[in-house]
Design a protein. Sequence first.
Length: 464
Amino acid sequence: MTAPGTRVGASAGDTDDDLDVEEALALVREPREPREFGEGVGGGQTSPPNAPGEHAHGGRSAHQHRATPWPQAREIAARAARSGARRAPVSVPLADALGLALASPLDALTDLPSFDTSAMDGWAVAGPGPWDVREEGVLAGHAQPEPLTDGEAVRIATGARIPADTTAVLRSEHGRIDGQGRLHPTREVVHGQDIRPRGQECRSGDQLLSVGTLVTPAVLGLAAAAGYDTVTIVPRPRAEVLILGDELLTEGLPSEGRIRDALGPMLPPWLRALGAEVTAVRRLGDDAKALYKAIASSGADLVITTGGTASGPVDHVHSTLERIGADLLVDGVKVRPGHPMLLARTQQNQHVVGLPGNPLAAVSGLLTLAEPLLRTLAARPAPEPYAVPLAEAAQGHPYDTRLIPVVLRGDAAVPLHYNGPAMLRGIAAADALAVVPPGGAQRGEETELLDLPWAAAGIEVCFT
């Protein structure tokens, strides 16, 4: 357990007014305001009675709205991960490193290329032409060939070792053989042309990539070329998902007041796309004892709960965290949908993110709190923020940020309908989420976007 006042580690882009843990805790020690219907009241995945995604404050002023501002909540989540104990770096085969971050620099183990090689199929030539051509050619993968003498040429394949005293490589299409078997150039020959000299790309010991570089397919290729069989990486943070709510069905049609669980199928692959290793998905219903036991016994770096973060009769997340003695770092965020999300530290190396029960509200909580925390734990670089003009006006909340699904059409973002807290129809068709500031955004106004993982990369790569 982190003692009050322990500083949460800074992350890239932090400012001088960074919060420490005591300041973060002070933000959430104010009395919690009542939650609004449609923002996750109850243990499971509920639906709003009013207009999708819009909820009145009932006359409360912005000063009375005690939740953490949305940008600040994301910063707290990233810093909280930095203050916890990290899993030790591990060495893995190249095939297992895709999508992970380098825990040590990738230094060249050899010169690249490690010997002078031909960049083209053609002839290695020495001196000015025409040249007498040797009978045997030089192929890639063979030992060092015999040196050339002036006026001599030899057939050579791309990637083959260059014979000593070679002047240049003459491409196949730039030479002709006369009736006496002599080679003539059909254009000027420049000294050193089409020869890749040893060490052209790097010298042994050069740093190729720094710590924190995300391992992509290209990085795997570079590592192999540089002589690596394994690389040292930051292990994936382990995440466990606890699905709450007695009303949830795992199959069939909704009936008799019960609804299908949308978060159980959705959250694990989404968490994997964010870099986590999902160790378990457990369905607990609205059982306070089971919730306590599941969190207290979990060995995961991040425990995700769904629903139960409000103040209803079966909302047990707050009381469970209090019983465990957790530090509540974020208790409600000024964002719609997803207002009653929370972030708590249960151990020095473990956090809980409580997501609202409504599906789109849960997505909001995932991207607000879980994404920056997992990104920091996995040592992944923060995405560069960017903004795109809106193709049409987006209605805002009086005090809170709104996250609205959008599709990208040309140079503009088109807001999608069906963006209420309980709706997934919009996000299922979306390329990104637009970050709409309090008060809304006008047509043509540039608005920050949060990319969805599968919109930025192929699903097969993204979800490894």
